[in-house]
Design a protein around this ligand. Structure first.
Ligand SMILES: Cc1cc2nc3c(=O)[nH]c(=O)nc-3n(C[C@H](O)[C@H](O)[C@H](O)COP(=O)(O)O)c2cc1C
Length: 169
């Protein structure tokens, strides 16, 4: 797929088919996250890949939407702030690094016809308990991973003039 077509085609999928994901497709999606750039190349993230089958009740404690557990897999992106690069003023870039890697994963999935949906509105305490996360591991975002059972809607976005300021041109 052309990159610009991929960017247009990716959308938040909120209905999934239960069809399994080929192992090589999963590996390709995870590889895209692995190759993402990170500040000072610290790679301060961990991905947790969860099979939904039989875990529906646990997963719905984390995010209470039926479609969250429809796909065969759910992926949790975690940041590791203690491993991350920090700026001179102390700003820690773990969340930025984890987010870039997650976006790589999401675009690689779309390239293979797989659906995803960024989920930040999850219950962090439930995520910590269900996934047995140690204190230093920070869940940043979840996504289901599976074949879409819905259709994309027209993208609503601000005009580029509202988003971009050309300075000193
Ligand atoms: C950081 C982030 C967090 C999001 N959290 C949620 C969420 O918790 N639940 C949800 O249904 N969608 C969530 N979304 C999806 C957005 O609503 C969606 O990306 C936006 O409306 C644009 O639509 P599109 O992804 O179909 O282009 C999130 C997106 C991002 C980038």
């Amino acid at each position: 797929m052309e990159f610009s077509e991929l960017i247009n085609k990716r959308y938040s999928v909120r209905a999934y088919r239960p069809d399994p994901i080929q192992q090589q497709d999963l590996q390709q999606v995870l590889e895209a996250a692995r190759l993402a750039p990170t500040a000072a190349n610290r790679q301060p993230f961990q991905l947790i890949v969860i099979k939904t089958q039989g875990r529906e009740a646990d997963l719905n404690r984390i995010y209470d939407e039926e479609w969250f557990v429809e796909a065969p897999l759910v992926v949790c992106m975690c940041a590791l702030p203690t491993d991350a690069w920090a700026r001179k003023d102390g700003k820690n870039y773990a969340d930025v690094d984890a987010t870039i890697a997650m976006d790589h994963l999401i675009l690689a999935a779309a390239n293979l016809g797989l659906g995803t949906c960024w989920i930040a509105a999850f219950d962090p305490a439930a995520a910590r308990e269900v996934l047995r996360l140690p204190d230093e591991v920070e869940p940043v975002a979840f996504t289901p991973l599976g074949y879409p059972a819905d259709q994309p809607k027209t993208k609503k976005r601000k005009d580029v003039s509202q988003l971009v300021r050309y300075e000193g041109w």
